[in-house]
Design a protein around this ligand. Structure first.
Ligand SMILES: Cc1cc2nc3c(=O)[nH]c(=O)nc-3n(C[C@H](O)[C@H](O)[C@H](O)COP(=O)(O)OP(=O)(O)OC[C@H]3O[C@@H](n4cnc5c(N)ncnc54)[C@H](O)[C@@H]3O)c2cc1C
Length: 429
């Protein structure tokens, strides 16, 4: 039976109903993409636009994974900060990588524009808020980022941030007016539609079960199909299975959660008075935004190495929401869901080629909406020979995730972040 999208705000508001047939038979192609999230779809569309014959194999539905169920925040940067990237690759390359992350935001914006995607529901503005007083450090960071990268940022002092987000928790914020939030499932599906209209073969319900990467032609098999391709690109994200052990070992799947509240415009307005989205600076902080003309809140937060769903995701997240906004104590949750992200140890995307013609493009962590765009783009450019920008990511290879020990270490690190964040917040009271 054909698989369906899980129940989320996005699947409930999906704009179109097209489906794609499962792969069958023997096919030859220029490029086979395994995984139909935004990394695979962006690469597929760029390759189709460059005249390449593309076959994309998705185990479930297009953008069924993290790409179609996330917070919808699109902003510059990576899952780790500029200073830690700088420590690994030096100042110049770190800045180049950061500019590339800004380009990722523009790729998404431009694609929405070119395809006239009203259903992507783009809304500008993301505020990054502090739950403690930085004593001038945030404003200084804002000015440095504006100067170095030309980002469209505005510093919001305490009065202003609390006027927009009526919570005693927030002390100050930076509003990024160049960032935006959107409907990632409608966006992903539009990429698939466009690639298909250019002749790409998109296949849903087509899990890849084995691959042979040794010859000049890579062989990719699903239950009912065998594809021979000059290039194969693995973009299976946090849902990567055992098909490629080297890839599965390279990162950890990390779960995170989102809820959608009931329709209650007045109550929602008592807490949030802007259409800009907000995220707080804690390492595993909350991120949320208004949807449906400001009548509902879509709230995300928490990360865990436990990949099965806890009993009550809604209650977990609701607690966070009500501690931030006590006035929302009566606001009901309509649905809540989870998704898996892929995190490498260095917290940077893993983008490259491990043997000629076999590419990987994954581990975007919790910052994938701009970075999958650049990942897909630079891999496609590498395949067509247009650029070798994918090499910028070479210092962040397929490092081993540490197996079970890595999982425990990741969870402990998260808890220690939580403790440090709470202490900082407490000192600012
Ligand atoms: C709840 C949540 C909230 C988030 N919020 C944000 C946010 O607001 N902003 C942001 O920038 N990032 C956010 N992220 C992170 C972002 O969603 C991810 O980094 C990004 O979507 C990863 O895209 P991907 O294409 O690598 O993987 P995915 O979108 O997960 O796609 C991988 C696909 O590969 C398929 N697949 C797996 N194995 C096979 C196989 N053997 N054969 C065929 N197909 C296969 C899967 O079915 C899946 O569809 C969030 C993530 C989650 C889970």
């Amino acid at each position: 039976m054909a698989s369906a999208y899980i129940d989320t705000y996005y699947s409930r508001t999906v704009a179109t109903s097209e489906t794609y047939p499962a792969a069958t038979g023997r096919t030859q192609t220029d490029v086979c993409i395994v995984g139909g999230g935004l990394a695979g779809l962006t690469a597929g569309l760029k390759l189709a636009r460059s005249g390449r014959k593309v076959v994309l194999l998705e185990a479930q539905r297009v953008a069924w994974g993290a790409s179609g169920r996330n917070g919808g925040f699109v902003s510059a940067g990576y899952a780790t900060g500029l200073s830690s990237i700088e420590r690994r690759v030096g100042r110049d390359q770190a800045k180049e990588l950061y500019r590339l992350s800004m380009e990722g935001v523009e790729i998404v914006r431009r694609t929405i524009d070119e395809l006239d995607l009203q259903d992507a529901k783009l809304v500008p503005g993301i505020a990054k808020a502090l739950r403690y007083d930085s004593r001038g450090a945030l404003q200084a960071a804002c000015e440095t980022q504006q100067r170095e990268f030309g980002l469209n940022l505005r510093y919001l002092p305490r009065d202003e941030v609390r006027r927009l987000f009526v919570s005693p928790k927030y002390h100050e914020a930076i509003l990024d007016e160049g960032a935006f939030h959107f409907h990632p499932l409608n966006y992903g599906r539009a990429l698939a539609r466009e690639a298909a209209s250019l002749g790409s073969a998109i296949h849903e319900n087509s899990p890849v079960i084995s691959v042979d990467l040794e010859g000049a032609r890579k062989i990719i098999r699903t239950r009912d199909a065998e594809i021979a391709a000059e290039h194969v690109v693995f973009t299976t994200g946090g849902y990567t299975g055992a098909v490629l052990p080297a890839l599965k070992r390279a990162f950890l799947p990390i779960a995170t959660y989102v809820l959608l509240t009931e329709h209650a415009p007045e109550l929602v307005r008592s807490a949030i008075r802007t259409r800009a989205a907000i995220l707080d600076d804690r390492r595993a902080g909350d991120y949320y935004r208004l949807v449906e003309d400001g009548s509902r809140i879509l709230w995300g937060g928490r990360i865990t190495t436990r990949t099965t769903d806890p009993r009550d995701i809604a209650a977990l997240l609701r607690r966070e929401m009500v501690t931030t906004y006590p006035q929302l104590a009566g606001l009901k949750v309509e649905i809540a869901w989870s998704g898996l992200m892929a995190y490498a140890r260095h917290l940077m995307p893993q983008i490259g080629q491990w043997k000629p013609g076999a590419w990987y493009c994954t581990a975007f962590g919790g910052h994938g909406m701009n970075t999958t765009a650049i990942g897909g783009m630079v891999i496609a450019e590498g395949i067509t020979g247009e650029s070798d920008r994918y090499r910028l990511f070479a210092p962040f290879g397929l490092a081993w995730n540490g197996g079970i020990l890595g999982r425990t270490a990741a969870q402990l690190t998260y808890w220690s972040y939580q403790a440090a964040d709470a202490a900082k917040e407490f000192r600012s009271r």
